[in-house]
Ligand binder design. Structure first.
Ligand SMILES: [Cu+2]
Length: 67
């Protein structure tokens, strides 16, 4: 079953940030799609059996912090 998790990632400001976060998140198990909104700093992750810890770790790996 597909689910959606949203994170606020304050440090993102440009397309590079968007790419870095997206690249790390898409490598997490179960992730089907990642949507980044630079205006609102929101990252919407869609997938199955998503692991909050793994997603947060991926965001940290990209160099950002999920609020
Ligand atoms: Cu940037």
């Amino acid at each position: 079953m597909s689910e959606t998790v949203t994170y606020r990632v304050s440090g993102m400001s440009c397309a590079h940030c968007e790419q870095a976060v997206t690249r790390e998140l898409t490598q997490v198990a179960g992730v089907e799609s990642v949507e980044v909104d630079l205006e609102t700093k929101l990252v919407v992750v869609r997938g199955a059996s998503l692991d909050d810890k793994a997603l947060r770790a991926a965001i940290a790996e990209a160099g950002y912090e999920a609020a």
